[in-house]
Design a protein. Structure first.
Length: 304
């Protein structure tokens, strides 16, 4: 009965989402994309579209449509394209913040050119970081979902869905044998998607920090009323964070007066409105609270 129930969930999600996941092709490559609006917008990975401005989308029912690239954001590895013809009804976007480790997820995409392929697995970790090559530099895509659902080249840009068929992530990479990664659908990425649809690009503030979630010392947990903060694992030399005096192993407690317990908490503060403005940050260092004032700059390839 357990296997029957599992099979029923996976087959139901597959039936719901397969028609809504397109195979994308540009002059330089291919991947997948998910229809997410009734007027033909599709969500995919920035690395799938690359520098392309147009391409073709093919659906499982045999129909196809040309598309144009509306906007791309390499730092989240998300891109929005718009079909220039009819598309299937949109998929429902969910909220990855509700995911828990061990939860069933289903991946739908077009790996190795095999359209409408479906795999299933569980969420094996949350809050991972994914190195991404941008220009001549490497950056980390934060807050990535790790799953053991089998992914292969071509899955990128496809849907990662929960048991209700809601898209909670966009598959982005194969991490290794038995591991796959997906960009989460949450408040931060919804803001990125909306900005791409409206403006075609995302202006970002840059601090020059690489962080990872870390537990607070027990005494500080009680004082702060929470368990986690962000540990600084790298400070980019010459960056606003370095100039402000932030150090490796600092535990970031608050930024802009807001508690910070995960990568998303810091990311949501680093959009256009933060550029050139003072951003106070409180860290726990060597048993003491330390306040610093940072001033984020606009992120460009020269900043990375």
């Amino acid at each position: 009965m357990a296997l029957d129930a599992y099979s029923h969930i996976v087959s139901s999600v597959a039936a719901e989402l397969t028609p809504k996941v397109a195979a994308l092709r540009t002059r330089r490559g291919s991947g997948s994309a998910v229809v997410f609006t009734a007027d033909g917008f599709l969500l995919t990975n920035a690395h799938v579209v690359g520098e392309a401005t147009r391409g073709a989308a093919a659906f499982s029912d045999g129909t196809s449509a040309d598309f144009s690239v509306v906007g791309s954001d390499p730092l989240s590895d998300l891109a929005v394209v718009r079909a220039l013809g009819a598309t299937p009804p949109p998929a429902v976007l969910g909220d990855s913040d509700g995911l828990v480790v061990g939860q069933l997820v289903v991946a739908v995409g077009n790996p190795l050119g095999l359209a409408g392929s479906v795999t299933a697995g569980v969420v094996s970790a949350l809050g991972r970081s994914l190195p991404a090559r941008i220009g001549s530099a490497t950056r980390l895509i934060e807050d990535v979902i790790q799953t053991d659902a089998a992914l292969n080249p071509g899955n990128s840009g496809g849907a990662l869905a929960d048991a209700e068929g809601r898209v909670v992530g966009i598959n982005t990479a194969v991490a290794g044998v038995g591991l796959g990664l997906a960009v989460p659908i949450n408040t931060t990425t919804r803001s990125i998607i909306a900005t791409l649809m409206n403006e075609g690009r995302v202006r970002r503030a840059y601090l020059g920090l690489v962080t990872a979630p870390a537990p607070l010392p027990p005494a500080l947990q009680e004082r702060e009323g929470r368990r986690n903060a962000l540990r600084v694992v790298e400070v980019v030399p010459g960056s606003p964070a370095a100039k402000a005096g932030l150090r490796v192993n600092d535990l970031v407690l608050t930024a802009g007066g807001e508690p910070v317990g995960d990568a998303q908490g810091l990311q949501r503060l680093l959009f256009a409105e933060a550029i050139g403005r003072r951003l106070p940050i409180t860290v726990f260092r060597n048993g003491a609270l330390v306040d610093v004032i940072t001033e984020p700059v606009e992120l460009g390839l020269s900043s990375i």
